[in-house]
Design a protein around this ligand. Sequence first.
Ligand code: HEC
Length: 132
Amino acid sequence: MKTLSSFVVAAAFAATLSPAIAEEAAADHGKAAAAVAPGGKPEKVAVCAACHGEVGVSTAPLFPNLAGQHRSYIEVALHAYKSGARKNAVMAGQAVGLSDADIKALAVWYSSQKPVLYTVSPEGGAKATAAK
Ligand code: HEC
């Protein structure tokens, strides 16, 4: 019984986790900044979407997919582009204008999108398969 109740608690926790993180990110924005529209989509996604797609499935192989990437990875990457610790001319220009709240909200958004997995065939090339 203990195992079952732990499972129930864990499942309930998992179910509430994403909205909780989204709320935390939204709260960080403060009232004035309000960079997150209702539904949790950060306004700045519109800019990123040109290359990474609105849900993080990129528009060309040159641009990394962000869908389902770890939230912390995205945050660290954006801070690194902004500070210059990670050097890339394109992303430096993108990250320079992002506030900490923007970065957090974008990381929450992209990390919570459905990832696209790739299977590499022996002949080379990658075939995209949507994750279930
Ligand atoms: C003009 C195209 C373009 C736009 C717009 C753009 N990016 Fe990027 N992004 C790139 C490219 C190219 C890279 C790969 C850079 C590198 O090699 O470090 C990248 C890399 C990244 C990475 C690191 C991914 C990884 O796997 O390491 C993150 C996170 C990211 N972008 C987030 C964003 C966000 C958030 C926005 C919107 C604010 C944005 N990007 C806008 C082109 C773009």
